[in-house]
Write a protein that binds this ligand. Structure first.
Ligand code: 8DG
Ligand code: MN
Ligand code: MN
Length: 376
């Protein structure tokens, strides 16, 4: 138990020491390189090593001092044999030959291209590669039947692989706000995901929707989606129903970290220049190559009853690694099951109520960790 629970605390310890004014970290170049490496190795991962590499990256990100020799890494958590080998290579040779050759392999390049399609995961990409499909054109020519998500993903490939800016996230927030108010006055939205953690760009925009009166949120998602559709804001949407209330054995004891909120994975059609301050005047009267007036943006909408809102906010703020470590901490250190719906205390055999993230951290015996420090 102890060794499994240790990660989160150690990471916050490093964050603490950085806040206390220790000189910053690994040089930016190294940090970037190492993080790129671990992320990229993740693609080749078929047996869960991806998580190990991401943990290693999180530890490196949070180190209080510049790493110039391997001896500084002694005793740190989460740095496995493989991660250490990569780091050693970077320190000694400026780059890792293993990672470099991986990056140059056709298989890796194809995995990157194909998993860049919304709706395509590593498994599907791998299957296609084994059939000789390495790029978008080969996929189009293959005659493979694509599902609706993948069709939309292929159609809007370039837009969806272009980072979403904070200004664009704000513009979408205003649209979503207008939608929920129009269909049910009093409804509230909260920005979650990476933008809530202070990231300047993201791969999508995440929103949580609720209503201060318990129960009023039922049926809200379909109304919001219909409104957005009628206004021409949606290029694609897939809504999945809430299965939480329907489960006969009551709430949470979460078996997996998938939650059961009603949610909508969508692609918004965002008019360019609608976001604040980014209207770009034509240069010398010449239009740029891309003269479309809109772009596609991935948006996730989730509806939560107010009674679970704090847990939902915590669960949807991320990062994914942070959530994983937090749940692990809850289980191993506190004998509690944490989900995006609730926290169950196994010792008291009951659910603990919370109306704020602060209360949840307190149950877990942790000091409050603000969103900006959840970027593990
Ligand atoms: P990015 O979009 O800026 O790249 O980063 P992000 O905002 O951190 O990533 P994300 O993929 O949009 O995920 C945001 C959070 O949403 C993440 O911390 C975990 C949460 N999340 C999912 N899917 C699910 C799910 O099925 N259940 C729960 N509880 N949370 C989920 O992405
Ligand atoms: Mn996101
Ligand atoms: Mn998301």
């Amino acid at each position: 138990g102890q060794s499994l629970g240790v990660h989160l605390l150690d990471i916050s310890w490093y964050t603490e020491s950085m806040r206390a004014g220790h000189p910053v970290v690994i040089t930016d170049r190294h940090k970037l390189q190492l993080n790129t490496y671990v992320m990229e190795l993740h693609f080749l991962d078929e047996d869960g090593r991806g998580v190990a590499f991401r943990r290693a990256a999180a530890v490196l990100k949070a180190l209080p001092a510049q790493v110039t020799s391997m001896s500084q890494l002694r005793g740190l958590p989460c740095l496995g044999e493989h991660s250490l080998r990569v780091i050693k290579d970077v320190l000694e040779n400026g780059e890792s030959s293993e990672v470099e050759s991986t990056k140059q392999s056709e298989r890796f390049k194809a995995l990157k291209i194909l998993t860049g399609i919304f709706g395509v995961g590593a498994k599907t990409a791998d299957r296609w590669i084994r059939e000789g499909i390495y790029n978008l054109q080969q996929l189009r020519d293959s005659g493979h039947a694509l599902n609706q998500a993948q069709k939309a993903g292929l159609e809007h490939y370039n837009d969806l692989n272009q980072p979403v800016t904070k200004a664009e996230a704000n513009a979408i927030g205003e649209i979503v706000q207008k939608a929920v108010i129009s269909v049910l006055p009093g409804s509230q939205i909260a920005l979650t995901g990476g933008f809530r953690r202070g990231k300047l760009t993201g791969h999508d925009v995440d929103f949580l929707i609720t209503h201060p009166e318990e129960g009023r949120e039922v049926g809200l998602m379909s109304k919001v989606v219909s409104w957005l559709e009628s206004q021409g804001f949606l290029l694609y949407q897939k809504t999945t129903r809430n299965s939480y209330l329907e489960s006969k054995d009551g709430p949470a004891r979460p078996a997996s970290n998938m939650d059961r909120f009603e949610r909508c994975f969508s692609i918004f059609k965002l008019t360019k220049g609608e976001e604040q301050g980014t209207t770009q005047p034509e240069k010398n009267g010449v239009q740029t190559m891309d003269n479309r007036l809109w772009r596609a943006v991935r948006v996730d909408l989730v509806v939560s009853p107010i009674s679970q809102f704090a847990f939902a906010v915590l669960g949807w703020t991320g990062s994914k690694l942070f959530e994983r470590e937090l749940r692990r901490w809850a289980g191993h250190e506190k004998d509690m099951s944490l989900s995006s719906h609730a926290v169950f205390d196994n010792k008291q055999n009951r659910y603990l109520r919370a109306t704020s993230e602060e209360e949840i951290f307190a149950y877990l015996g942790l000091e409050y960790i603000p969103p900006s420090e959840r970027n593990a």
